[in-house]
Ligand binder design. Structure first.
Ligand code: WT7
Length: 647
């Protein structure tokens, strides 16, 4: 049992500002009622599903729970794109902006609900024309372009589950994901813009497809105009296909449990897991949580800075927002291009009212200096949010003071790729907040802190975070791996979901999430498995063995440290470090490159041969070795000391 006792006693409490509370969608009294109703999750979620989602036909049963397999709104029929588009264009929202888009070079687009509907129908017809049928998987590998949103909504329109792969993943990672999902079609772009320059994408797709024989068609959006090779018979230009496509496409009436998308995430083995989400439950969960946690109103300009390639982008850039008829802003570029005030400039120019970002970004902005946000009028903001990793109270306070001008509530939202939507978060008009705490579970979500045996741990002691009742947005499985689904999430305790996080509760019942307790690192809010990085490193010809651990980092939360034993007669040194980093970038992507690589004669192991990870974590946390990197470090003495300590 890891030591995850409370490290901090945070005394500061922020009440919802009076005006905010008075105008909020969910007020204190209602929330108390909803929490009562949520004691029976089915009743709460059925109410929200009835009020907030359009169904073609009703369910026969709210929940069918045969642990660990849940079905929500059994027998009901709906369609995600219908909920995100058609129902809004029947009324005044027809000409409301659905998507505000800003490219990195500064070009912009405003897409109304009516326009988005037409484009989605067109692309749905393009997909149909390519032979994509209900249930067929479509892979999407694209930067933050409006066409990404159009493509994903088009998939949902015809019931073809999408698998979006973050543009930062390498060709090999893309190939593995295309193969695992069995995608027949890939949607991509020629390139994108990042940090002031165009970068290629299509050529990465070409490399991936060379080893993914199942791909029949590749549709390419023209973004940068850079030259690309178009393979005859396989590759098609988006704009040419769209020209010929009809803007009429009835939404498929899909079963509530119809698979909606697959999204890959890292686990504790070398192979990423294809997290499977389904239609009606997911839609209900993200719609209701977006409306309540972000206190969405029709006049809001909402901006979540996450890439759509991650779950945050799926749920809270696109689905939860469009389903509510909201205006969502998409930004193609990086936060510091052309200058360190790009984000604040965007907020000022578009009049953003709700801003949702990651603690790692906030810590970066703190370091860049207050002068950059202070140059801009941020008074349009009324609510701030964070997601992806624990936020340290200092960063919370800075966000509150400098960005929120002391007037905006902050919603710290805990959830995961697997949970589909927000699970633990304040309701900003009703919940007092404390810097660093995600506060309380959403009504209808049942969370607890348990010990190894599944016994509840009482405050203020720490333990494992657990979800003790099914919820509608929960993953329905791991694509093609039922056994791993059961083992990873449902075998620690009986009928209880194991998220893999350590946490504790304070006396008020507030949850304080401490971070991963498994071999998964959270780097800048992105999940990276230590095993994945290790297997990439040992694929290098000069490496005999490697162990990867995380060490605390002021900006990225966790930094990746690799301990590497070179093959005999190979010297460690800068050249090998470069080679190892390149190998990781090739196999996974630049996001997984170790911040530090240390060479060692041998990895410290227990007598039974297990790598002593805790020792390596301690060593890594102690800081980088001074001096010559080519000298091999010897941890064997330390290991022996540690082992006698542990006996
Ligand atoms: C892991 C899930 C949910 C979207 C982004 C990441 C950590 C997430 C918080 C938070 C503390 C958080 C957890 C979780 N995490 N939000 N508000 N406070 N930790 O999704 O890649 O599936 O990662 O991110 O460790 O298990 P993900």
């Amino acid at each position: 049992m890891p030591d995850i006792e409370s490290l901090l006693e945070e005394k500061r409490v922020f009440k919802p500002p009076r005006d905010f509370a008075r105008a909020a969608n969910w007020k204190r009294k209602q929330v108390a009622e909803l929490r009562r109703l949520g004691q029976k999750p089915e009743r709460l979620w059925a109410k929200l599903a009835r009020e907030q989602i359009a169904w073609f036909s009703p369910w026969k049963k709210v929940l069918d729970w045969k642990p660990p397999f849940a079905k929500w709104f059994v027998g009901a029929k709906t369609n995600v794109s219908y909920n995100c588009l058609d129902r809004h264009i029947q009324g005044w929202r027809r000409n409301k902006a659905a998507i505000l888009w800003e490219g990195e070079p500064g070009d912009t687009r405003t897409i109304t609900y009516a326009e988005l509907h037409r484009e989605v129908c067109r692309f749905a017809n393009v997909l149909k024309g390519l032979g994509v049928k209900r249930g067929d998987r479509v892979a999407i590998y694209m930067p933050m372009l409006p066409e990404l949103a159009i493509a994903m909504l088009a998939c949902t329109r015809i019931g073809a589950p999408h698998s979006i792969v973050f543009g930062g993943f390498s060709a090999e990672a893309l190939r593995d994901r295309i193969q695992d999902a069995g995608a027949r079609v890939v949607v991509t772009s020629d390139g994108g813009h990042r940090r002031g320059a165009p970068f290629p994408i299509k050529q990465t797709v070409d490399q991936a497809c060379a080893e993914a024989p199942g791909v029949e068609k590749v549709v390419v959006v023209r973004r940068t105009g850079q030259p690309v090779e178009m393979k005859p018979g396989r590759d098609l230009w988006w704009h040419e296909e769209m020209k010929q496509a009809s803007a009429k496409c009835p939404p498929a009436k899909l079963d509530s449990e119809h698979p909606l998308f697959i999204l890959y995430t890292s686990g504790t083995t070398g192979r990423p897991k294809g997290i499977l989400h389904s239609t009606g439950g997911y839609l209900t969960h993200v719609t209701a949580t977006a409306r309540a946690v972000f206190d969405l109103r029709d006049e809001d300009i909402y901006w979540c800075t996450a890439d759509i390639g991650w779950i945050t982008g799926h749920s809270y850039v696109i689905y939860g927002l469009l389903s509510n008829g909201a205006t969502t802003l998409m930004f193609e570029g990086a936060p510091t291009t052309p200058g360190p005030d790009r984000f604040w400039d965007i907020i000022e120019r578009w009049g953003v009212t709700i801003f949702y970002t990651a603690p790692t970004a906030i810590r970066t902005f703190i370091r860049l200096g207050d002068e950059h946000p202070k140059k801009h009028d941020l008074s349009s903001l009324r609510l701030l949010g964070t997601v992806g990793e624990p936020i340290n109270p200092e960063a919370w306070m800075w966000y509150h003071r400098v960005i929120g001008g002391g007037r905006c509530p902050i919603v710290d939202t805990w959830w995961q790729t697997e949970t589909g939507g927000i699970m633990i978060a304040p309701l900003p008009g009703a919940t007092d907040t404390k810097p660093g705490s995600a506060t309380l579970p959403f009504p209808g979500v049942h969370a607890a802190i348990l010990d190894e045996q599944g016994e509840p741990v009482s405050p203020p002691h720490g333990g494992f975070l657990a979800i003790t009742a099914p919820w509608p947005g929960m993953l329905r499985g791991i694509w093609g791996d039922r056994k791993r689904f059961v083992e990873t999430y449902w075998s620690k305790w009986r009928n209880t979901y194991f998220p893999g996080d350590g946490a504790h509760r304070d006396r008020r019942g507030y949850f304080w999430i401490m971070g991963r307790i498994d071999d998964v690192m959270n780097v800048s809010g992105h999940r990276i498995g230590t095993m994945e990085v290790e297997s990439a490193i040992v694929a290098h010809a000069d490496v005999a063995e490697a162990a990867v651990v995380g060490r605390p980092d002021e900006i990225t939360g966790t930094a990746i440290v690799a301990f590497v034993t070179p093959r005999s007669h190979v010297a460690g040194g800068e050249a090998l470090q470069r080679g190892i980093r390149a190998q990781v970038a090739k196999q996974i992507g630049a996001i997984a490159k170790p911040a530090e690589i240390r060479f060692t004669e041998a990895l410290p192991k227990t007598r039974s041969g297990k790598i002593m990870r805790r020792l390596l974590r301690d060593i890594a946390a102690g800081g980088a070795p001074a001096g010559d990197t080519s000298t091999l470090e010897d941890f064997s003495v330390l290991a022996k000391l540690r082992e006698s300590e542990e006996d």
